[in-house]
Design a protein around this ligand. Structure first.
Ligand code: CA
Length: 219
């Protein structure tokens, strides 16, 4: 799950990044509306946490432009403004949710889980390949009626592969989905997750495409 955090308050942004990464989210951070729109156009984040008071473009304008590109990309607004009018305007512009500063990080996490679940149901839910089935709404992975215990990164990796069944996903694509920009990642981190997944799923479920990346295929 890749979150794009758009916030020009650096101490706040830093704190949020740490808290969100602890929960296993990949978090990328930008400080301007312009940068936000660039990332939305090029990297397809899963959820955007958008501050309304940005230094260059008003957050509501940024939101409208995001909606112009994607009607479904979840956007949670952060704002210092706490009037009913602002809330209504934000929701009218297509925000999915709204959090007034100051807020507790646990509150943000709760709201994100709701958006994440909604995302799961929009993209619909159960993917079954061979004897493995993965439910994006409940985030449960089953193998022959037996629930597999996966780490957050393992789950995200498997989800990406299964959502793209038959397609090869390159190493860099997978790393982009799994890690934040600038996150300290060992060069073989992806291989380590694949290795662990193969132990749990069986060795031939995820196929290596030598020199390119990985894929899963319908048998
Ligand atoms: Ca601000």
């Amino acid at each position: 799950m890749q979150i794009l955090l758009v916030e020009d308050d650096r101490p706040l942004a830093r704190g949020l990044q740490i808290a969100l990464r602890k929960q296993g989210y990949a978090v990328n951070h930008v400080e301007t509306g312009e940068a936000c729109l660039h990332v939305v156009a090029t990297e397809e984040p899963d959820i955007i946490v958008l501050d309304l008071g940005l230094p260059d473009i008003d957050g509501l304008k940024v939101l409208k432009k995001i909606r112009h590109k994607s009607m479904t990309l979840p956007v949670l607004l952060l704002t210092a403004r706490d009037s009913i009018d602002d809330k209504v305007m934000g929701l009218d512009c297509g925000a999915d949710d709204y959090l007034a500063k100051p807020f507790e990080v646990t509150e943000l996490l709760a709201r994100l889980r709701v958006l994440e679940r909604r995302l799961g149901t929009v993209k619909s839910t159960q993917i079954t390949i061979g004897d493995i089935s993965l439910d994006t709404a409940t985030q449960v992975v089953m193998q022959q009626n037996h629930e597999l215990e996966l780490s957050r990164k393992e789950y995200m990796l498997l989800k990406n592969l299964m959502e793209n069944t038959g397609k090869v996903l390159t190493r860099s694509t997978l790393e982009t989905r799994l890690y934040s920009w600038g996150e300290e990642v060992c060069s073989n981190a992806l291989e380590v997750h694949i290795h662990h997944l193969r132990k749990k799923l069986g060795s031939d479920f995820i196929k290596t495409v030598r020199g390119v990346g990985y894929k899963v295929t319908q048998a």
